[in-house]
Design a protein around this ligand. Structure first.
Ligand code: AMP
Length: 603
């Protein structure tokens, strides 16, 4: 027998949810449905988002309401317009085979006239955000005297958003003998207070441990230096070619900046924050929901109520100020029994925050290393091979060209053809990641040990002092310069002595034996379109050199900010262009369509 029938759900509802792919109840459904079907008790359910809460309360509601009447009998309050629409849509789907079910979604930012008309025509279930609901109550446009059930969904979010007062006012409009069902991912004392003030001996259910994040989420952190954060972030994204993620920033400005930088770097990303109009937000969400967007960059507030399934990664570009927000953020992945990864990019000082979150969530973070360029290349290559394997071939259309294609490839062996096709995409990654530096935080940097080592060597015998026309305005740190010199000059770090990083140029010492290798390695090297020059230096920089350097420009280009420096071996701009061109591997939209915004922004 169907397990939902066993729980007491009737056939016509079971038929509808079976069509939606519900084979067996989720844990919250299994526990809550029998309790809620009795209709006798108030109820508190502690469950993360994505656990099947909507059906947990929705199915019992549909069982118990009288659809021969057109009076509002159930009110569902939730924090956001997104969630409001989602719940209303879900309820309608569950009720597909029940006659005369009328559900209205009432939320701000949309035409109130349409919502009032629907209410006047008669509804049994009102799903609402608190603000708009109060507005409608204030107009005397709804009669709540027959309400038997009030559901407070994502109660902690509603309180976070300052809806406490509105909820009080709305509840006071509903009959005293109604039953209140409260769902919340966390149980701060404010939510506890609602339960105490408005509910009578509620039955309480917890799915998972209290205040614990979803068990299917793996929490990881990457420790990086602030200046490497963006590059490390991109590297991590590149390491997961099939990523479908939400990236959280702390402020609207940061959200906008990261999204812009990503778009310019050729990624399929867009931002969601409070400064966008409702229409713009809807558009972004639609693209994300339909998988035409791979990375959604969002603030905490804007991302509330996002209930997109199959989000593979949540990335905390910046950790939230409130620990509870971490739980909400990470809960956007691993929905409906799936697994997910929640990644945090932190600096050394933020380790205490990680420990605090661990304590609250009762779950440990896994420290991770930012992948090396070669690892990213390998991942991307395998993903590409996978893609080739699975690509749909339109026989009708390709057949016409096949003879010509075969003819022009006839001098190549099968293996050569494979290599060439793979290289077509893969070369871009190789170029991008050749010389890519290690982006992991190295505690020695902060303790100045590297500096000490350099200092020790100042003026040592056996070293030659060289000049290079790149410096801190090109966003090099001493560490970056060290790896850049070693990579290009093909010498070990031990060969490099003191590095004297200036604004527009740098002096560095190299073991006499390795000077030739450095000159050789820097032959014909470009940086941001400029020729990189190495000279044996006198003790003091000449103003001429500084002046010449300055004319090089390019260092302040914000698109370069935090770029993968080592990868800039050629021109940063060219690198970015490559990305925009990729269309295929890892940076395409899921529909495979070309992205106009990217192409436009490439230059
Ligand atoms: P919710 O927490 O209600 O937003 O549900 C999260 C997702 O899980 C939604 O896409 C539901 O359609 C899906 N879902 C809920 N219950 C089940 C179930 N028993 N079996 C399969 N999918 C479910």
């Amino acid at each position: 027998m169907n397990p939902f029938l066993e729980l007491g759900i009737r056939h016509d509802i079971v038929n509808a949810i079976t069509e939606l792919g519900f084979e067996k109840p989720s844990p919250i459904q299994e526990k809550a449905i029998p309790v809620l079907l009795t209709g006798n008790d108030d109820f508190v359910g502690l469950a993360q988002t994505g656990t099947g809460k909507t059906a947990a309360f929705g199915l019992p509601l549909l069982e118990q309401l009288d659809f021969s009447s057109k009076q509002p009998q159930a009110l569902v309050l939730c924090p956001t317009r997104e969630l409001c629409l989602q719940i209303a849509r879900d309820l309608e789907k569950f009720a597909k085979y029940i006659d005369n079910v009328h559900v209205v979604a009432v939320y701000g930012g949309a035409n109130i006239g349409d919502q009032l008309r629907q209410i006047r025509r008669g509804v049994q279930i009102v799903v609402a955000t608190p603000g708009r609901m109060l507005d409608i109550i204030g107009r005397n446009a709804i009669d709540f005297s027959n309400v038997r059930y009030v559901v407070l969904d994502e109660a902690d979010e509603m309180l976070n958003m300052g809806f406490q007062e509105d909820i009080n006012n709305i509840l006071s409009e509903t009959p005293d003998d109604k039953k209140t069902w409260l769902f919340s991912a966390t149980m701060p004392k404010e939510v506890r207070r609602i339960a105490q003030n408005y509910m009578t001996n509620p039955q309480e259910l917890t799915v998972g441990t209290k205040n614990t994040g979803n068990e299917n989420i793996e929490h990881q952190y990457f420790m990086v230096k602030a200046k490497d954060k963006y590059a490390a972030f991109k590297r991590i994204v590149d390491f997961y070619p099939e990523i479908f993620g939400i990236v959280f920033c702390r402020t609207k400005i940061e959200t906008q900046e990261i999204a812009e930088a990503l778009i310019k770097d050729g990624y399929n990303a867009d931002s969601l924050h409070g400064d966008l109009s409702q229409q713009q937000r809807d558009k972004v969400m639609k693209r994300y929901r339909e998988r035409n967007l791979q990375l959604l960059i969002a603030t905490d507030v804007a991302a509330r109520g996002i209930d997109v399934n199959d989000v593979t990664h949540v990335i905390n570009y910046s950790l939230p100020d409130e620990t509870e927000n971490y739980t909400h953020r990470s809960g956007r992945t691993a929905r409906a029994g799936k697994t997910g990864i929640s990644i945090s990019l932190i600096n050394a000082k933020e380790m205490s925050k990680i420990r605090h979150i661990e304590k609250i969530n009762g779950k440990q973070f896994i420290p991770k290393q930012v992948p090396q360029g070669a690892e990213v290349c390998e991942k991307q290559l395998l993903a590409l091979v996978d893609k080739v394997h699975n690509v749909e071939v339109h026989e009708d259309q390709i057949n016409a060209f096949l003879p010509q294609i075969l003819e022009s490839l006839q001098d190549l062996s099968k293996e050569e053809v494979i290599k060439k096709f793979a290289s077509l995409e893969f070369n871009r990654f190789l170029n991008y990641y050749q010389d890519a530096p290690d982006l992991n935080f190295d505690a020695r940097d902060s303790r100045g040990e590297r500096g000490d080592r350099s200092e020790r060597r100042t003026g040592s015998k056996g070293y030659t002092r060289l000049f290079i026309n790149l410096g801190s305005v090109d966003e090099f740190s001493r560490g970056d310069m060290l790896s850049y010199i070693c990579n290009k000059g093909k010498i070990s770090g031990k060969s490099v002595g003191k590095i004297d990083l200036k604004g527009v140029f740098t002096f560095f010492e190299v073991l006499d034996a390795d000077v030739d290798s450095v000159f050789q390695g820097f032959k014909d090297v470009d940086f941001n379109g400029r020729n990189v020059r190495i000279e044996v230096s006198g003790d003091k920089p000449s103003s001429d050199r500084g002046g010449r350097r300055r004319s090089g420009g390019g260092g302040g280009d914000r698109r370069d900010r935090g770029g993968d420096r080592g990868s800039r071996g050629g021109s940063g701009r060219r690198d970015r262009g490559d990305r925009g061109d990729r269309g295929g591997s890892g940076f395409r939209d899921f529909s495979g369509k070309r992205r106009d915004r990217e192409s436009k922004s490439r230059y």
